[in-house]
Design a protein around this ligand. Structure first.
Ligand SMILES: [Zn+2]
Length: 128
């Protein structure tokens, strides 16, 4: 029996469809581990138009960018969820660096907010 596989975001209920990916459950699992790399293609700094494909299957980088960090699973045309264990995604160095910068920025913002609160408290104390 033929069974096409796709990739489904369990968090959003959206599906990346593949044409004629018959019995390609394991390939879908492999593509999911590479999601951060595909997502990068959307934000290519050179502004070059990128068409991604894997063998004869077209990859939509926008899907992987939109659902980065979400729970992606191989999903069959008969609505079966894959039971394959999917290894953690491959994170390229540039993305890892972005995460670190974002975490640092979040810490700075939170420190800044704490200082503002302290200043506000001081002003209120002086006023009373
Ligand atoms: Zn999602």
């Amino acid at each position: 029996m033929s069974c096409d596989w796709h990739i489904r975001c369990m968090d959003c209920g959206k599906t990346h469809r593949f044409d004629d990916a018959n019995h390609e459950e394991e390939l879908m699992a492999k593509l999911i581990t590479m999601a951060p790399i595909f997502a990068l293609l959307v934000h290519n700094p050179a502004g070059v138009e990128v068409h991604a494909s894997w063998n004869r299957w077209r990859i939509a980088p926008e899907f992987f960018a939109e659902h980065l960090g979400h729970d992606l699973r191989p999903f069959s045309e008969y609505n079966d969820l894959s039971t394959l264990v999917i290894p953690p995604p491959v994170i390229p160095m540039t993305i890892a660096a972005d995460f670190e910068i974002s975490a640092l920025r979040a810490q700075l913002i939170s420190a800044h907010l704490r200082i503002q609160n302290l200043e506000r408290e001081l002003v209120e104390k002086r006023g009373s």
